[in-house]
Design a protein around this ligand. Structure first.
Ligand SMILES: [Mn+2]
Length: 452
């Protein structure tokens, strides 16, 4: 972590919180402080084991300490205070590294228990941001001051644009994940199972599965048409269909890493020389399409335009490969692209893999829903400098969707014989992480990738 970049990040964040507080006061609120809570550890129902903890995004925006019951107290004109709860506990490691790069940006107050936070709030009129509103209530913070919608809307909206420090973390998260992707591809080419490919990714990144920002999607062959396929077949069976890998023709792996809380979200699709030639050509075509989409991004472009460009590119590839009949423009108008790409072309990325504020039009919380023909699109923002999002067009042969169209009026547009052949190949998704630069895009991912 570059301490000077982090210092600048905290300055920017403080200015943003100053604005947020000033807006609240202008609207008649008497709030003079904001208390951010990382969260409270939860148990599984009927069990005495903890659910894997994830810190609240707005807390992590200040401090990369992914532990329960940590607090940041912010007041205009004061150094932010880190209320660090470190209980006496011989069951778990509780030490927090005070030599970390962030430490000098905070006044650190060490407390032995959560209840001791209350005394730190004396005389303040706090808003509370976090999940445990009953805890906040017990400290005298009224429910109306817990997660005020106007405050969250402001903070969510501005999370989309990253500071140089955040960009550094996002680049590092991409770079790290690419080591895993290279190892995963090698494992696939050598006949690895889904499980083995998954483990190859984790090992190459030197991470535990629980440190991943989301569940790795590691899909061989027809399973790559399941958008969020979650299993990891061990390949104990023989032949295709077992996920054994030996005879597998297609790997789709969607996997990322976290660096100081910031995520990468990267998808690659690999094939073998023995894979159906039409599918091999489609993978190359999708790679070209994906890179042309990255080239199209620029400040001022509404993100839904990128969705339309992706769908248009997909139908052109379908025509070019003889999978659909007709003119690309006509197929696009008829919504045939969505039969093969039933998801959005990307989403905001940052502390959360699907970062907040994707449908927000302004800092007051007004929203622009996704277009009716692409209801899964998670991003409708206007692109602005230093905004970070994914660009991830896909093309899949999903029997559940396509078979339902066989009897439709548009069925003659599809070469069903070829579609049936390609079902066993599953699908394609290619995903990079992209930052809007001054005039175009910075591909946060490919700049670190060896020639594939
Ligand atoms: Mn994604």
């Amino acid at each position: 972590m570059s301490t000077s970049l982090f210092g600048d990040h905290i300055k920017r964040l403080s200015a943003s919180y100053d604005n947020a507080l000033a807006r609240k006061q202008k609207a008649g609120s008497n709030i003079d402080a904001i208390l951010l809570h990382s969260g409270t550890e939860q148990m599984y129902f009927g069990d005495d084991r903890h659910i894997k903890f994830q810190a609240f995004g707005h807390f992590s925006h200040w401090l990369p300490v992914p532990r329960p019951d940590q607090f940041v107290l912010y007041r205009t004109g004061h150094k932010p205070v880190y209320l660090q709860v470190v209980p006496d506990d011989y069951w778990y490691e509780q030490t927090v590294d005070l030599n970390a790069g962030w430490v000098e940006q905070f006044e650190v107050v060490r407390l032995k228990q959560v209840a001791a936070v209350a005394a730190q709030l004396q005389g303040l009129k706090c808003a509370y941001l976090g999940e445990n509103t009953s805890l906040a209530n017990s400290w005298g913070i009224a429910t109306g001051q817990c997660n005020p919608a106007s405050l969250l809307a402001y903070l969510d909206f501005h999370r989309a644009v990253k500071s140089p420090y955040e960009l550094e973390q996002l680049r590092a998260a991409s770079k790290l994940a690419l080591q895993g992707h290279a190892a995963a591809r090698q494992c696939f080419l050598q006949g690895g199972s889904e499980y083995e490919i998954h483990m190859a990714f984790l090992t190459a990144c030197n991470i535990l599965e629980e440190e991943s920002p989301y569940t790795n999607i590691v899909a061989l062959d027809e399973k790559s048409a399941i958008l969020h396929y979650q299993n990891k077949r061990r390949g104990t069976g023989s032949g295709t269909g077992s996920g054994s890998g030996k005879h597998s023709q297609v790997l789709l792996i969607d996997a990322g890493c976290r660096v100081n809380g910031y995520c990468s979200d990267i998808t690659r699709t690999s094939v073998k020389t023995t894979t159906h030639p039409v599918f091999q050509s489609l993978v190359r075509g999708m790679d070209t399409l994906q890179q042309s989409l990255v080239k199209a991004v620029r400040p001022g472009l509404p993100y839904p335009k990128l969705q339309a460009l992706a769908l248009r590119g997909v139908v052109d590839l379908l025509v070019e490969h003889g999978i659909c009949h007709g003119a690309g423009a006509d197929l696009f108008e008829q919504g045939i692209g969505q039969w093969f790409m039933p998801h959005g072309v990307g989403h905001l990325l940052g502390i959360q893999v699907h970062d907040v504020g994707g449908h927000q039009v302004d800092e007051n919380g007004a929203k622009l829903p996704p277009p009716a023909n692409s209801p899964s699109l998670r991003n409708t923002r206007i692109m602005a400098e230093d905004m970070v999002f994914t660009v991830e067009p896909g093309l899949y042969f999903i029997p559940m969707i396509l078979e339902a169209k066989r009897q439709s009026d548009q069925a003659a547009l599809v070469n069903w014989h070829l579609v049936k052949e390609l079902y066993s190949c599953g699908g394609i998704r290619i995903e990079d992480n992209v930052r809007i630069a001054g005039v175009g895009a910075e591909n946060l991912t490919r700049q670190f990738e060896q020639q594939r």
